[in-house]
Design a binder for this molecule. Structure first.
Ligand SMILES: NC(=O)c1ccc[n+]([C@@H]2O[C@H](COP(=O)([O-])OP(=O)(O)OC[C@H]3O[C@@H](n4cnc5c(N)ncnc54)[C@H](OP(=O)(O)O)[C@@H]3O)[C@@H](O)[C@H]2O)c1
Length: 466
């Protein structure tokens, strides 16, 4: 059987890693890059894998070298450069060829590009690739959006290079056009919330509890050996264990507390709101990153009002239970957005399969995803993860723990945006009758918007309208 062949344009961090992964798995890869000198450097770096790789000096050469129907991956910024790339390639491709955007794209752009290429008889795939450089090199988790025909061409390659959970390759065709990039976006939104939640707990342990950073590192490593096991928990234990070589200071203390973001967290929040949802934990994490960037302002406020915080000795087991409950809720918010988008765009997303392919290779891989996949397969009441019987114990124990952590943190002056958002989300959900009667009365009073009554069918106005 001849090896499957694919073209890859863009030999930056991710493109180079992906090309080496493909070559290692016996895929025949042809590559090119905007700056041609990068191709020679890459071929040198490929070592013995170079026998499965053919370098081209130009994009035209790459396209001409690919067998029909072509599979051409672009691993370049998915913004204007992607549109420029499509301008260049459309005229050089033939009907039936597939272009794959493997970067982090706004799924609206992917839908627009898919429609554009379809006019030329070309397929356009939005491929979400998670796992960073390491994942791309040795096995990412991948979320594909595109036509069944393009999936047929790509599947043999993607299943070879994907991360494996046991024997299961972590790749799925999510649906058409933007479905894969959308699922990747929500994956990143969950990632934002989980990272921020961990950072909040780090703050409580280290500065509230007055613990040495090495002890905090050990606590995260310990948690990673239990129910909270996840890549981000592992990463946290690891990064906190480093000291600065010359000074022996904890390395974490030398890193400026200003977090960057490239947009996927923000997109998740925007899409959630657009779909009539609220990913409040993800939004809290996006807000925390935005506020972190206002370093100078925070300095002024601290100088003006003081930054006093009381000591806060929270039990490690209590924090573990609180985080576990919050983690269930953050994944639940993510899956709620996926369900809403699937309905809106008629994608037919399979939440069980999505949970399964997030179990290895990607940044949000976590032991909890085994339970999440099984809970979704059992079709929980109302389709909601937090109503799944297998999570009732975690929530029954974890919500009181979360409440204690959030209230004691607030009293002592510690900010817990994501943990607080989790608790608020839960406290709203568990009230069969909430506060919206008053909202409806207000809306009707000033805008004659009308409301439903509890005792009669129909649309009504209040006695304030005579
Ligand atoms: N880094 C990650 O962990 C990660 C994870 C998942 C997804 N992604 C996504 O993967 C994509 C690539 O990221 P990266 O980290 O590999 O970036 P990178 O290391 O900065 O590489 C960028 C690549 O894009 C090329 N490029 C930039 N502008 C171009 C243009 N106008 N026309 C043609 N080629 C252009 C560059 O070519 P030159 O060599 O000529 O500059 C280079 O090959 C992005 O969409 C990113 O969001 C990244």
């Amino acid at each position: 059987m001849t090896a499957p062949t694919i073209g890859l344009y863009g030999l930056g961090t991710m493109g180079a890693a992906l090309a080496l992964n493909m070559a290692e798995k016996g895929v025949s890869v042809q590559v090119a890059n905007r700056t041609a000198s990068a191709v020679l450097r890459f071929m040198d770096r490929a070592g013995s894998l170079a026998e499965n790789i053919q370098g081209h000096q130009t994009l035209g050469g790459l396209i001409a070298g690919l067998p029909a129907p072509r599979l051409l991956v672009a691993m370049i910024p998915s913004t204007a450069p992607m549109d420029g790339f499509l301008d260049d390639v459309i005229g050089q491709l033939s009907p039936g060829d597939t272009v794959i955007d493997a970067g982090n794209a706004d799924f609206h752009d992917t839908r627009r590009r898919a429609a554009r290429l379809a006019e030329h008889g070309l397929h356009f795939v939005g491929l979400g690739v998670s796992g960073g450089e390491e994942g791309a090199r040795h096995g990412p988790s991948m979320m594909m959006g595109g036509s069944p025909e393009s999936w047929a061409g790509l599947e043999p390659i993607l299943t070879r290079i994907a991360a494996k959970h046991g024997e299961d390759p972590c790749v799925v065709r999510c649906g058409p056009d933007g479905a894969g990039h959308f699922v990747k976006t929500v994956h990143n939104g969950i990632e934002y919330a989980d990272m921020q939640m961990i950072a909040e707990v780090y703050d409580l342990l280290r500065f509230g509890g007055g613990r040495d950073v090495r002890d905090v590192s050990a606590i995260f490593k310990d948690w990673n050996a239990g129910r909270l096991e996840s890549y981000l928990m592992e990463t946290t234990g690891e990064v906190l264990s480093y000291a600065d070589a010359p000074t022996n200071l904890p390395f974490i203390d030398l890193i400026e507390d200003k977090a960057g973001q490239k947009g996927t967290g923000r997109w998740t929040v925007i899409e959630a709101v657009r779909l009539g949802q609220s990913a409040s934990m993800i939004e809290a994490a996006v807000a925390a990153r935005a506020w972190s960037a206002e370093k100078a302002l925070r300095g002024v406020v601290e100088e003006t009002f003081g930054a006093d915080r009381a000591d806060l000795d929270l039990d490690v087991g209590l924090l573990e239970q609180a985080m576990l409950a919050a983690r269930v809720l953050e994944y639940a918010q993510g899956f709620r957005i996926l369900a809403a988008a699937s309905q809106e765009y008629d994608w037919g997303l399979d939440p069980v399969r999505i949970a399964q392919i997030w179990r290895a290779g990607c940044i949000i891989r976590a032991r909890l995803l085994d339970d999440i996949a099984e809970a979704l397969a059992e079709e929980p009441p109302e389709g909601q993860l937090f109503l799944a019987p297998r999570f009732s114990g975690v929530l029954m124990q974890g919500i009181p723990a979360l409440r204690e952590v959030v209230t004691r943190a607030a009293e002592a002056g510690y900010a817990t945006p994501v943990l607080s958002a989790a608790l608020t989300f839960w406290d709203v959900l568990r009230q069969g009758r909430g506060t919206a009667s008053l909202i409806q009365a207000q809306r009707d009073f000033f805008g004659r918007h009308g409301f439903e009554r509890t005792d009669q069918d129909g649309d009504f106005h209040g006695p304030w309208w005579k």
